[in-house]
Design a protein around this ligand. Structure first.
Ligand code: SF4
Length: 623
């Protein structure tokens, strides 16, 4: 750590706190400059640290699994949308390496306590909560907190300068898709809350504020920050749609494109969907900002729902707990969203699993008492999942496990065990490829192709052309963003507002992207990301190097997962997406996945079975 005076960290502290919960001892790992340059920070560095420390075959809920919580380079600098941090672990839902991002206060406090990462290893014998300050860590007995929900727990532990991350009953009860709460934001996907629960850690509190984070090159940083803020404020998606309507701006877009999940993805459009739209919700529920901090885009909102102030559910929640189970009432979805938040569990997986249970009941193979379009029993079921009671205990295993036990694999909507986000790939083939190859499962955030295919119309959504190229490109760019770390929604403004994209007509851009994707990618200006990263760290980084770091992170995570047994057979989509047309689509299209896969593997340097070749691993310095 380079300190110009006592309370300033110039660039990054590079100090990672490694905590052995079994022995209750801790040590400090100093990140080397090479690791920083090659893996950037946050997601990338977290993966690299776990790769160096974990053996293949670790039980996700065993003491040999580890949880890395990683603030990125940008956190604490006051850069645009810089309030986010990352966590990486082996997921109990998929059995593979998984990561998640969160905009809650824990990251800022950890970073300003002087830590660039926290690794939890082993398992505490009894329930504990951990308190971190700049000197190290203190263990506290958590028996009085065990059983409390995420809000109650955080309330009990929040002091003035503290950032808390906590699990709820779902994490304690090892629900496979339990999440970790920090403030009103979440490390949402992949069941990282169950990993914390399996280690008997109820909460971690960071007492920050001792250090101020100062970019090494302040002048360059301020210039990049100014440019980023300008782009965000001039881009329509970030400064109007997301800021005004939140992510529910996607409801009408998805519905009109026929990719909104309805009744367990059996259809892609419903006339009632407008009731769930950001446009309607912002008017009807008097919404106000309720965001990650700091944030420049401001997509998060809260509003008045039936006399209560509640968080406005994000689009994925609105769709998976709304249209996808036949419900079109924002008020009840906001209530269910609150229950999931308090229980500490992922709304996408909870909604997707309930949708499977509803269809399973229709088909007479499993009856949890849930029916499409009926609100009755859902609030109770969400509590039962969190507390692992009755049928809720089974639903807490996720749709893959249920379909393996009872049948119904054809309509279990997951990839690699992770329930699918709210974009039906039969109307967005590139998104289909992105889901199939995403390292953490059916994740929309790995490569958000739907934006190019549906929102901006730059790529033809029902063609395979150029899709493998753009999935690869956006996976890598997204890894860079998640390792910097900033919000993925900056991608709209940082890639579309630089002069070349801004002043090139959409038709020209579309033709170029569709027909000469490699050239279109080479011309794309995303230089703001490496500029922000290098101005903070003081390490030179070109756009090409930044993208190569994103490639490296993708391939490392893939390699870690292939060591767990992942091959081409796992890079697939739910049978429904490959075999069944939908009523909203007269052409009854399905995703032509196999052709897309071959090209994608070639571009990534994998063999035909999806395994990274030795030369690829060597090229990135992984082996
Ligand atoms: S835009 Fe939304 S998700 Fe991104 S940092 Fe801001 S509030 Fe968080």
């Amino acid at each position: 750590m380079e300190e110009t005076k006592k309370d300033v960290i110039l660039g990054t502290s590079n100090r990672v706190l490694e905590v052995d919960l079994t022995s209750r001892k801790y040590s400090v790992y100093n990140v080397k400059e090479d690791e920083r340059r090659l893996y950037l920070g946050a997601k990338g560095l977290g993966l690299k640290l776990l790769f160096d420390r974990m053996q293949p075959g670790a039980d996700p809920l065993g003491s040999d699994n580890m949880l890395a919580v990683m603030p990125g380079v940008l956190l604490g600098t006051g850069g645009p949308c810089s309030g986010r941090f990352h966590a990486v672990s082996k997921s109990p839902l998929t059995g593979l390496f998984s990561s998640s991002s969160c905009g809650g206060p824990f990251g800022m406090q950890l970073k300003t306590a002087g830590w660039d990462g926290l690794i939890l290893k082993g398992k505490s014998e009894t329930p504990v909560w951990l308190e971190i300050d700049s000197d190290g860590i203190t263990f506290h007995d958590a028996s009085e907190l065990w059983g409390l929900d995420t809000e109650e727990t955080q309330k009990k532990l929040s002091a003035k300068k503290a950032g808390v991350m906590a699990i709820g009953p779902a994490g304690e009860n090892l629900v496979k898709y339990a999440n970790i709460a920090s403030g009103h934001r979440f490390l949402g996907r992949g069941g990282l809350g169950a990993v914390m629960g399996s280690k008997n850690v109820k909460a971690v509190v960071a007492n920050g504020g001792k250090f101020q984070i100062q970019p090494v090159n302040s002048k360059k940083f301020e210039k990049a920050k100014k440019r980023g803020t300008k782009y965000i404020n001039q881009n329509e998606m970030s400064s109007f749609f997301l800021r005004k309507y939140g992510t529910n701006a996607n409801v009408n877009l998805n519905n009109s494109a026929g990719i909104l999940p309805v009744n367990n993805f059996s259809n892609g459009r419903d006339d009632r969907a407008y009731k769930l739209s950001g446009e309607v919700i912002s008017e009807a529920h008097n919404t106000q900002y309720h965001t990650c901090k700091p944030c420049t885009i401001l997509c998060g909102h809260k509003g008045d729902f039936g006399g209560k102030k509640r968080a406005v559910p994000e689009f994925e929640t609105t769709a998976l707990m709304g249209s996808n189970i036949g419900i079109f009432d924002p008020e009840i979805i906001a209530e269910w969203n609150d229950i999931c938040g308090k229980m500490g569990m992922d709304t996408i997986s909870a909604g997707g699993t309930m949708a499977w249970a509803m269809e399973a009941a229709e088909k007479g193979i499993f009856d949890a008492g849930l029916r499409f379009g009926e609100k009755a029993g859902i609030a109770e079921m969400l509590h039962d999942i969190g507390y692992a009671r009755d049928k809720g205990q089974e639903l807490g295993l996720g749709s893959r496990a249920l379909s393996e036990k009872y049948g119904g694999k054809d309509f279990a909507i997951h990839v690699k065990g992770l329930e699918m986000a709210a974009y039906d790939p039969r109307g967005s083939f590139g998104q289909g490829l992105a889901y199939a190859v995403a390292n953490r499962g059916a994740c929309h955030l790995s490569a958000y192709l739907v934006a190019l295919e549906v929102f901006f119309g730059l790529l033809s959504p029902k063609s395979i052309r150029a899709k493998a190229e753009f999935v690869k490109f956006f996976e890598s760019l997204t890894n860079g963003i998640n390792s910097l770390q900033t919000c993925q929604f900056t991608m709209y403004s940082y890639t579309l507002e630089p002069p070349l994209s801004r002043f090139t007509p959409d038709t020209t851009l579309g033709i170029l992207m569709q027909n000469i994707p490699q050239l279109a990618i080479a011309l794309m200006d995303f230089s703001l990301y490496p500029q922000l990263w290098s101005s903070v760290t003081g390490i030179k980084m070109s756009s090409a190097e930044f993208l190569k770091a994103g490639d490296r992170i993708q391939v490392l995570e893939r390699y870690m997962n292939t060591r767990e047994g992942v091959t081409r057979k796992d890079d697939t989509l739910p049978p429904r997406m490959l075999k069944e047309g939908r009523p909203c689509d007269p052409d009854k299209l399905v995703v032509p996945l196999e052709k897309l896969l071959d090209r994608y593997y070639r571009l990534r340097g994998y063999d035909s079975n999806g395994i990274p070749k030795d030369e690829t691993l060597r090229n990135f310095g992984i082996i």
